[in-house]
Design a protein around this ligand. Structure first.
Ligand SMILES: Nc1nc2c(ncn2[C@@H]2O[C@H](COP(=O)(O)OP(=O)(O)OP(=O)(O)O)[C@@H](O)[C@H]2O)c(=O)[nH]1
Ligand SMILES: [Mg+2]
Length: 459
């Protein structure tokens, strides 16, 4: 899908705000000429259109007689650039005004403001990277842990593309053989006997199924997991949140019903990004819940429904109460860890009283005891010990998963219509198209738009 882009696009490529350096990026055939009109080199009279590729130059950005900022300007000439077009990057002081003024200046001289992800979209349309690599750019930018970065980088460097392209190439060959046997049935085309066809289809399908199996782990890496801290009022939920995230995030007092809203923080456990959510205590407080507390309890219930992992806190210094039992019942079929808190006090709960299949850990949130065990258990629950991350391709995108899923279905159906070459070839063609939509060989404009809409401006 090669396409000529004539217009020159520009955007602020760094977060807008006060900082050391801000970057305005230009891409397109007009980039150098636009830069010529506003840049005045400090040393020598050269203009950007005369600069060698991948050289940087110190100078001023000017709007006629007005000096806007001192900058470093980098010229990168087509085709060896991010977009394969002429690219100019202007490093200026990162303040809202210089960034905005320089952007306005390049727009006034004929550049157009870039859409979200348009630089990366051009890198794809020019054929420098395929679609799955372009998507990985957004994943790299958004990576929240070392492991999610590793997965995104693997994809950016073509790990997934290679697997998909080789499966697709195999299917294209197979299809060519089958179609030759349909078109010239009388000739000996070295045709594909049924069992050989079935063997090749199986091989390709099994490979794709292997890729599908990496999706649970991949999604975990990319999206992270939400873990809700739940329990009766005053059992130490907020104290636990503070321990886990290592700061005094939530208010802790001895008054039952201290937390009235949900409080969210993030942490990294074994490379997985975890959103920990503290909630209002569920159940009776000292007094009857007012409107605020009632809403807090309702929210706690909702968070409990949607979180992937539940951390049920019990107060070990008190006998198990009816409300604790109710909560134990509610988490029966959920992924959960039970935390018997306040073990620094005399204990009234024994783990065996709990009658639960969930793991239970005795902790003291106040004295920071056994919190490392909680982390280790969270990691076990979340990873299930089954992530093996050997640098092979990992599926992290639901879009890719769906396309591979439909390719697998088509290959299965092709295998079962072994008798009819026509039917089999139709299915194989569908599978080839599905795989092509991952790498971008076969893709429609609206899917492209949907993918790049999710990017940030300037990327
Ligand atoms: N002795 C002891 N006290 C604790 C421990 N953890 C929490 N507490 C105390 O228990 C009281 C309640 O703690 P919080 O963390 O506010 O409890 P909570 O479950 O968030 O309470 P609500 O927000 O009211 O539902 C505070 O006085 C804490 O200091 C612990 O491990 N040992
Ligand atoms: Mg609280």
């Amino acid at each position: 899908m090669e396409k000529i882009q004539n217009d020159t696009i520009a955007a602020i490529a760094t977060p807008v705000g006060e900082g050391g350096i801000g970057i305005i990026r230009l891409s397109g055939s007009g980039s150098l000429k636009i830069a010529d009109g506003i840049f005045e080199g400090k040393h020598g009279r050269n203009k950007p259109s005369g600069f060698l590729t991948y050289t940087t130059h110190y100078g001023l950005i000017r709007d006629k007689s007005e000096k806007i900022d001192e900058v470093i300007l980098t010229v990168m000439r087509a085709p060896k650039t991010y977009t394969r077009e002429d690219v100019v990057e202007i490093n200026c002081h990162s303040g809202i005004v210089p960034l905005r003024k320089i952007l306005e200046l390049v727009l006034a001289r004929g550049a157009r403001i870039a859409e979200p992800g348009e630089f990366t979209k051009r890198a794809f349309l020019s054929g420098r990277i395929d679609l799955s690599q372009a998507e990985a750019v957004a994943d790299v930018v958004r990576a929240k842990t070392d492991l999610s970065l590793k997965a995104a980088m693997g994809q950016l460097q073509g790990g997934l593309s290679k697997k998909i392209s080789s499966a697709r190439a195999g299917l294209l060959n197979l299809l060519a053989d089958i179609e030759a046997s349909i078109d010239f049935p009388e000739e000996d085309t070295g045709d594909v006997p049924g069992n050989m066809l079935a063997g090749k289809l199986d091989q390709c399908r099994i490979e794709l199924e292997g890729l599908l199996k990496t999706f649970d782990a991949g999604r975990l890496l990319k999206e992270g997991v939400s873990a809700a801290i739940i329990g009766r009022p005053n059992v130490g939920k907020s104290s636990l949140l503070n321990c886990l995230v290592g700061k005094e995030r939530a208010i802790v007092t001895s008054v039952p019903g201290t937390t009235t809203d949900t409080i969210e923080e993030t942490m990294d456990v074994g490379g997985v990004h975890i959103r920990v959510i503290d909630t209002a205590g569920i159940g009776r407080r000292g007094k009857r819940p007012g409107i605020i507390e009632a809403e807090g309890i309702r929210r706690a219930g909702r968070v409990m429904e949607v979180s992937q992992l539940l951390l049920l806190v019990l107060d070990g210094s008190q006998p198990l109460k009816a409300e604790d039992r109710k909560l134990l019942g509610r988490i029966k079929n959920r992924k959960a860890i039970i935390l018997i808190n306040k073990i620094d006090l005399r204990q009234k709960i024994k783990s065996k009283d709990l009658q639960t299949a969930h793991p239970a850990i005795e902790i003291s949130a106040k004295k920071n005891r056994n919190i490392d065990k909680v982390r280790a258990q969270i990691s076990r629950e979340v990873w299930g010990g089954k992530i093996d991350f050997t640098g092979d391709a990992v599926l992290t995108s639901i879009r890719h998963k769906n396309e591979i899923g439909s390719a697998v279905k088509n290959l299965r159906s092709a295998g079962s219509s072994a008798g009819s070459a026509e039917l089999a070839s139709m299915d194989i063609r569908e599978a080839i198209n599905a795989l092509g939509r991952i790498t971008g060989e076969t893709i429609t404009e609206d899917i492209l738009d949907r993918i790049f809409d999710k990017f940030c401006i300037g990327k």
